[in-house]
Write a protein that binds this ligand. Structure first.
Ligand SMILES: Cc1ncc(C[n+]2csc(CCOP(=O)(O)OP(=O)(O)O)c2C)c(N)n1
Ligand SMILES: [Mg+2]
Length: 279
């Protein structure tokens, strides 16, 4: 978890693929980056395999650009569409069995604190709505109850996209999906509200249509987790493939949601507000 792991020894440098050399020379590691710098540095090793217009891939780009210390960050994921982009991004990434991400992140964070007591090693869970709100819900909540110093980021496309369109706990009531032909019967699980009462000291609900807000939320969440406890960011990442809208409409769909069920919201404890004001 440092630039050392991507820096080749001189003898080997000539043999590396061009893609990799570019990552070493122009990756996200050397200077501080932000969402505003997207397009000016090398983010991923190869073209990612997400569908055209994928909201999840945009969410990954935004959050990766907003990491306060990319070289000292460990992203913990789980099966789902986010896996495709995250394994090829210029990030330290570890995948888990589906739903186990917050338990694995807990162990890794505690281990890193012991191994590197004087460096902030940020452990950030990045997973889909199914991974967090359904199969991993108990492990997510318990990591919050235990006040683990990790950040959880949900890429919410409101569907099990990767497996062909089953309903998730985060799908909207009435939503018809490939494998929910009669429409979903109950409303979205209020994970954002649950975060507030389960120990999260900072939370933000944003959409990919507001890149700066996403960047700020991710950065705040990670800096606050270092000092105070669990933090949560929920990003709406619409899926053109499953929701059957044209791929060039992703931002429009996200923007409309900001006026409807995905209004911007941020919460934090008084102590955290004072800390962020001092930064
Ligand atoms: C234990 C287990 N159960 C089921 C699966 C199959 N599976 C892989 S991805 C996925 C859905 C993921 O949905 P979500 O977390 O919303 O991510 P998305 O693909 O929508 O980004 C499922 C059910 C699995 N890999 N492991
Ligand atoms: Mg999903």
């Amino acid at each position: 978890m440092s630039t050392k792991i991507i820096t080749p020894v001189d003898e080997f440098a000539d043999f590396l693929p061009q893609e990799y050399k570019e990552l070493v020379a122009r990756g996200p590691y050397r200077e501080r980056r932000s969402v505003e710098d997207l397009g000016t540095f090398k983010e991923i090793i190869e073209e990612h395999p997400h569908c055209a217009g994928c909201g999840v891939s945009l969410g990954i780009r935004l959050l990766a650009a907003a990491l306060p210390s990319p070289e000292d960050t460990l992203i913990v994921g789980t099966p789902g569409c986010s896996f495709f982009g995250l394994v090829q991004a210029a990030l330290n990434y570890s995948n888990t069995a589906f739903g186990n991400q917050n338990a694995v992140a807990t162990g890794l964070k505690r281990m890193l604190q012991i191994r590197f007591p004087h460096v902030h090693k940020d452990v950030v869970v990045v997973a889909g709505d199914g991974g967090i709100a359904d199969i991993g819900l108990d492990l997510t909540l318990h990591s919050w109850f235990r006040r683990e110093k990790i950040t959880t980021i949900m890429l919410d496309n409101e569907v099990y996209a990767n497996t062909g369109g089953q309903e998730s706990g985060m799908s909207r009531q009435g939503q018809v999906l490939n494998m929910a032909p009669q429409g979903k019967r109950f409303s979205k699980i209020p994970v954002f509200e649950m975060a507030k009462v389960s120990g999260c000291v900072y939370g933000a609900r944003v959409t990919v249509a507001s890149p700066r807000k996403v960047g700020r939320a991710v950065r705040n969440a990670i800096l606050v987790a270092r000092e105070f406890g669990p933090t949560y960011v929920q990003i709406f990442t619409p899926c053109p493939t499953n929701m059957k809208f044209p791929p060039n409409q992703t931002l429009k769909v996200a923007k409309e949601a900001e006026k409807d069920h995905y209004t911007y919201e941020e919460f934090m404890s008084a102590e955290v507000a004072a800390y962020l004001a001092r930064l």
